[in-house]
Design a binder for this molecule. Structure first.
Ligand code: PLP
Length: 390
């Protein structure tokens, strides 16, 4: 037996462990400290009432012989949910057929699994800083990874140039961790680049529901030409608070590789995945109903209000940052080592964030705060930060 030695090439994923360790040490020494957590990218507000109602109804159906359901008839997802997702896209003017949608238990699984579709002999382009799953899943399967630099100079929204050489491109917009978002014009440059060289873009739209600017697309399929070069991953986690209940989907357009990729993905999923639970899919359907969208928007607006407060506070203090608009993340320049800034914020303001260096080399000197908290706690954190930043 030979192990997959690609795993030896992975760096230790120490970021959130190290944050937890430092926090534990500090609170042990300062038990009365009133810590405000603005670090981990997890939602804090409860599920929308109509989603809970749909979940309870589906659960009750499972308890009656006449409405009980076992395995889903189709690992691609129940038609009722794929139709609801297709209608959701249509609500912001993007045409995606129900047959092109593949329901899953979340975007992280799809991110990790989609690499099965591609030969190892492909060069993968990943922006730095990055959501680590794109990098790690390609290292695990032995692919060559190159980086494009997301920096202050390009407002953390890098574009392709003549030197960019790759076959598979990962883009995340609105971005985790930087909160930056591509405009229609910028994203069109990536689509044209990918089509010109026969590359594929794996587009992560997990934060699309946070888009507010009219020049920022909510889907790569809002861009002409994307249907011949892009796969879109999306999730109910941040849109509808499903981080603990789990549901996501991948859109593989029929035009991609003459329809071959959609068939391969369906085959991959039907071989290795038995579908997301019926209850979960009914909850997801409710999340994309007119009432669900309305109720979920109340949660999104609450996070957006926090994000704006953080962004306004930083602007007032003259601190360069991206995000806060179109995103629950705020990426700020901390002028120096990002772990030193973590310690300063923890010990002097009792606020916990995430050091940018944990997301890649270009993250050094930057820091991520999240809007996933209450307005009162965000206000309190900003008051405390003002004192140490001013
Ligand atoms: N993609 C990005 C950019 C994320 O930030 C996250 C979660 O934080 C995910 C995907 C994972 O989403 P899910 O909860 O659907 O697995």
């Amino acid at each position: 037996m030979k192990l997959n030695t690609n795993y030896d090439k992975l760096q230790n994923s120490y970021l959130f462990v190290e944050i937890a360790n430092r926090l534990k040490k500090y609170t042990a020494a300062n038990p009365s400290a009133n810590i405000i957590k603005m670090g981990i990218g997890d939602v804090t507000r409860p599920l929308a009432p109509c989603v809970v109602e749909a979940g309870l109804k589906a659960m009750s159906e499972m308890g009656k012989a006449e409405t009980f359901r076992g395995y889903s008839p189709d690992s691609q997802g129940y038609e009722f949910l794929r139709n609801a997702i297709s209608a959701y896209y249509a609500s912001f003017g993007v045409k995606v057929g129900a047959g092109e949608i593949h329901v899953s238990d979340g975007a992280k699984s799809d991110c990790g699994n989609i690499v099965d579709m591609f030969d190892t002999d492909n060069t993968v382009l990943i922006p730095d800083p990055v959501y680590p799953v794109y990098f790690d899943s390609n290292i695990m399967s032995g692919r060559k990874v190159v980086f494009c630099d997301a920096t202050e100079e390009n407002d953390f929204a890098p574009l392709p140039d003549d030197k960019t050489d790759c076959d598979i491109i990962y883009l995340c917009s609105p971005n985790n961790p930087t909160g930056s978002a591509y405009t229609f014009t910028q994203l069109k440059k990536w689509v044209d680049f990918a089509n010109a060289r026969g590359a594929v873009i794996i587009y992560d739209a997990a934060y699309e529901a946070f888009v507010t600017d009219s020049d920022v697309p909510r889907s790569i399929f809002a861009i002409d030409g994307a249907r011949t070069c892009a796969i879109e991953l999306c999730s109910f986690s941040k849109t509808a608070g499903f981080t603990g209940t789990r549901c996501g989907y991948t859109v593989v357009p029929n035009e991609l590789c003459g329809g071959k990729l959609a068939k391969m993905w369906a085959r991959r999923q039907s071989t290795k995945f038995n579908g997301t639970s019926y209850i979960q899919q009914r909850m997801a359907e409710a999340a994309y109903s007119a009432e669900g969208v309305k109720q979920n928007l109340e949660n999104i607006h609450a996070y957006q209000k926090n994000a704006k407060l953080i962004s306004d506070t930083l602007t007032e203090a003259g601190i360069y940052h991206t995000g806060g608009k179109n995103s629950p993340y705020i990426w700020l320049k901390c002028n120096g080592d990002s772990w030193d800034f973590f310690d300063k914020l923890l010990t002097q303001a009792n606020v916990v964030g995430t050091p940018g260096s944990g997301f890649g080399k270009n993250g050094e000197g930057f820091f991520r705060l999240t809007a996933f908290n209450t307005y009162e706690k965000t206000q309190e954190a900003m008051q405390r930060m003002k004192k140490i930043l001013g």
